[in-house]
Ligand binder design. Structure first.
Ligand SMILES: [Zn+2]
Length: 166
């Protein structure tokens, strides 16, 4: 078992912060990633996804997890559970100091997380207070014009990493 903390980094232009729609612990925000089998090392072909409000029961009454998956290569089962309360919005201060900020903590059994996909469901607020909803990165960077602040706003150079925590 290993706990992996997802951390993100971005270049914010005239944006005070950026985060999932309802915050890092948004019950309906989906985190997309790929899984690497801890047994054979195979990386899953398809993306997997977990959502805080959606849990599945484990076989034999061993509790529940946010994802139960079987490695297509060696057949070993693994589970992923989310641990809320560890993330925070990514801020302009983070961006200016080129720091990563924590988003979500994952308890991984049998699998490791590799590759996070930003996709959609993000919100941001400009330094002048304008709010942007339903931001997605499906076609690349986010670029807008802030009428109130009379300046361009944007999110670019998205990066992520998984940090092993104890
Ligand atoms: Zn495997």
């Amino acid at each position: 078992m290993v706990q992996l903390k997802l951390e993100i980094k971005a270049e914010l232009e005239n944006l005070a912060n950026f985060q999932p729609q309802g915050g890092c612990d948004d019950p309906d925000f989906s985190y997309y990633f790929k899984l690497k089998c801890g047994n054979c090392g195979e990386v899953s072909q398809k993306e997997s996804c977990v959502t805080l409000s959606e849990m599945v029961d484990l076989p034999k009454g061993r509790g529940s997890a946010h994802l139960v998956q079987k490695c297509k290569f060696c057949g070993r089962d693994g589970t992923i559970s989310m641990i809320p309360g560890r993330g925070r919005p990514y801020t302009i201060e983070d961006s200016e100091s080129q720091e990563f900020a924590p988003l979500m903590l994952f308890d991984c059994r049998g699998f490791e997380l590799v590759e996070f996909y930003f996709k959609d469901g993000w919100v941001a607020e400009s330094t002048s207070g304008t709010k942007y909803k339903e931001i997605n990165f499906l076609d690349g960077d986010f670029v807008e014009y802030d009428e109130k602040g009379e300046c361009p706003v944007g999110i670019s150079d998205l990066k992520h990493r998984f940090v092993v925590t104890k």
